[in-house]
Ligand binder design. Structure first.
Ligand code: PEP
Length: 251
């Protein structure tokens, strides 16, 4: 059976002091009881190494929100896979819709980043999802299929086991309007079928597919009870201890 994975994408929020205070509070809640799911936090780069020190003796795992695909060199403002690893990260989020739209990241670039993350022994949370316009035009499956195929180009059966797919319909991100559990399940099942075709039934059935887009404590349980929804990638609601814990409790 697949274990649920709840990840918090902090985006560009909290300075170092705020991050330290928040993680301390979160940790004290998380350790109160045994949790049924894996918990990952993805703060900003500045906060990563301090975050690692705080969560060291807890079940909370650490991820970053981006990397560049080169090892090192003249890439002003960029952060390498090796750098986030050395700060204590196990995970990195790649292909987030904000990176795709605001920073013009193409499927080809995302594929290079995924390969670079894997080369550096990082686990990847790879985001895909359609815009509202695409959903209304009835091309959701086409868009998601293309993102999966391009993003995972040349990824082997061994490597896919180090990747979590996050289905995040863009129209549900930060809008307060989540996909219904049925809408999300339909696309999750579609993604799992794509993975079955590419990697075989047994392997695909072990892969984690998270849902992301306005997940909150009051809708998490219904979403997470769908057969192909194996966790949540949480934006807004991961910035408050109560709501992030509420989602964790839904597992
Ligand atoms: C996200 O940014 O990955 C996300 C799902 O955000 P929110 O939960 O705020 O919709």
């Amino acid at each position: 059976m697949r274990k649920k994975v709840i990840a918090g994408n902090w985006k560009m929020n909290y300075n170092l002091h705020q991050s330290i205070s928040f993680i301390n509070q979160l940790k004290s809640e998380v350790v109160k009881k045994e949790r049924n799911c894996d918990i990952i936090i993805c703060p900003n780069f500045v906060s990563l190494s301090e975050a690692k020190k705080i969560i060291e003796d807890s079940p909370i795992k650490l991820g970053a929100q981006n990397i560049y695909f080169e090892d090192s060199g003249a890439f002003t403002g960029e952060t390498s896979a090796d750098m986030i690893k050395s700060a204590g990260c196990e995970y990195v989020i790649l292909g987030h819709s904000e990176r795709r739209t605001i920073f013009n990241e193409s499927d080809e670039l995302i594929n290079k980043k995924i390969k670079q993350a894997l080369k550096n022994d990082l686990l990847v949370i790879f985001c895909v999802g359609e815009t509202l316009d695409e959903r209304e035009r009835g091309v959701t499956y086409e868009i998601v299929k293309n993102q999966i195929e391009q993003g995972l180009r040349d990824i082997t059966a061994e490597e896919i086991q180090k990747i979590i797919i996050a289905y995040e319909p863009v129209w549900a991100i930060g809008t307060g309007r989540n996909a219904t559990p049925e809408q999300a399940q339909e696309v999750h099942a579609f993604i799992r079928n794509l993975l079955r075709t590419a990697y075989g039934i047994q392997l695909a059935d072990e892969l984690i597919i998270q849902y992301g887009g306005s997940v909150k404590p009051d809708n998490a349980k219904d979403l997470l009870s769908q057969p192909d929804i194996d966790g949540a990638l949480v934006g807004g609601a991961c910035l408050k201890v109560d709501s992030f814990i509420g989602i964790i409790e839904s597992c």
